[in-house]
Design a protein around this ligand. Structure first.
Ligand code: CAA
Length: 259
């Protein structure tokens, strides 16, 4: 079925897929259907051998202004428990290929959390990041208190979560929340450029490297180092390792096949 709230370009660039959130009138508010469509699209692209990197964007005005408040407003705690809206987020967390968020405009609440769920963030200079849930009587529920704190540290995370204040793209860059800021007309192109840098590398090594970096967030140093070493050794079972090292010695550009 064609999705209603997202647009999928499986080959936006060679080896690069682009998924665009597309509920512009609601500033891409993340309702349940949108998140299910996004989960399904990302899972399919993760399994597609012609795709090595995924770029996720909204539009110039909003990456996403959060979970859909109108959809949630009347729910009870038991509704929330039964609907289990964050199960789609858990599935997205398991995507193995790199996902780059290309953010312009609002990335608020669940929108900021979705950007943080991605592996890197490229922003246009008008982007605004925030966790304003506190202003509507709740708090972040899709990782905001955890991923934001790990990214920017306690002081700023506490201030953003407790006041709901937004930060600019430039501030987000300074505190290490995002990777780069570019003029607004270039944010998507810049995300594709970053994706292209990665797409020319060994897709196996990229996936295992992503997995290992993420492991740093929920393991002790010792466990993380053990995990890293296992993946490092495992890559010696790949053709890409042979090709990469051989090409280095022959002073030529490697051709990676993902085998
Ligand atoms: N849910 C549902 N609808 C939303 C929405 C959201 N999160 N954000 C914006 N919209 C809707 C507005 O209701 C409005 O719809 P109508 O035209 O039908 O009234 C439309 O999008 C345009 O929004 P505004 O007129 O408000 O646009 P603005 O430019 O004046 O303000 C804004 C933009 C500052 C982003 C403002 O819309 C806003 O504050 N939005 C809510 C942000 C928020 O609180 N996000 C957190 C949600 S909770 C959450 O995300 C929980 C979690 O952890 C997962």
């Amino acid at each position: 079925m064609t999705p209603e709230f997202i647009i999928i370009h499986p080959q936006a660039r060679p080896y690069i897929a682009h998924v665009q959130l597309n509920r512009p009138k609601e500033l891409n508010a993340l309702n349940l259907q949108l998140m299910q469509e996004l989960r399904d699209a990302l899972k399919a692209l993760d399994e597609d051998e012609a795709v090595r990197v995924i770029v996720l964007s909204g539009n110039d005005k909003a990456f996403a202004a959060g979970a859909d408040i109108k959809q949630m407003a009347g729910r009870t705690a038991m509704d929330m428990y039964n609907i289990d809206q964050f199960s789609t987020w858990d599935a997205i967390k398991k995507i193995k290929k790199p996902v780059i968020a290309a953010v312009s405009g609002f990335a608020l609440g669940g929108g900021c959390e979705l950007a943080m769920l991605c592996d890197m963030i490229v922003a246009g200079e008008t982007a605004r990041f925030g966790q304003p849930e506190i202003k509507i009587g709740v708090m972040p529920g899709a990782g905001g208190t955890q991923r934001l704190t790990r990214a920017v540290g306690k002081a700023l995370a506490m201030e953003m979560v407790l006041t709901g204040k937004f930060i600019t793209a430039e501030q987000a860059l300074q505190v290490g929340l995002i990777n780069r800021v570019v003029p607004v007309e270039l944010y998507l192109e810049e995300a594709f450029r970053l994706a292209a840098d990665i797409a020319q590398l060994s897709p196996l090594a990229v996936k295992m490297a992503k997995e290992s970096v993420l492991r740093a967030f929920d393991s002790t140093l010792e466990e993380g180092l053990h995990f890293e070493r296992k993946n490092f050794y495992l890559l010696f079972a790949s053709d890409d390792q042979k090709e990469g090292m051989q090409a280095f010695m022959e002073k030529r550009t490697p051709v990676f096949t993902g085998k």
